[in-house]
Design a protein around this ligand. Structure first.
Ligand code: FES
Length: 67
């Protein structure tokens, strides 16, 4: 599903930017892949994807290691 239609950026690409490239903000995402840099209507939804992905990473990091 597209997160930013103007720049053809999908939610998956946003998640990959967070996980693989350490993007943690809208500003960082704009710098990394130019998303949310045209009309700006996607900003709230893209920000939610970034926030949710960061929360998932934090929850995963807090899980105890398997023995
Ligand atoms: S939909 Fe993302 S900048 Fe327009």
């Amino acid at each position: 599903m597209y997160a930013c239609i103007c720049k053809n950026v999908t939610e998956r690409q946003v998640r990959e930017a967070v996980v693989q490239h350490g993007v943690c903000s809208l500003r960082g995402l704009r710098k990394h892949m130019d998303a949310c840099s045209q009309c700006g209507k996607c900003a709230a939804d893209v920000h939610a994807v970034i926030r949710d992905t960061l929360a998932e990473q934090a929850a995963f990091a807090q899980q105890p290691a398997a023995a």
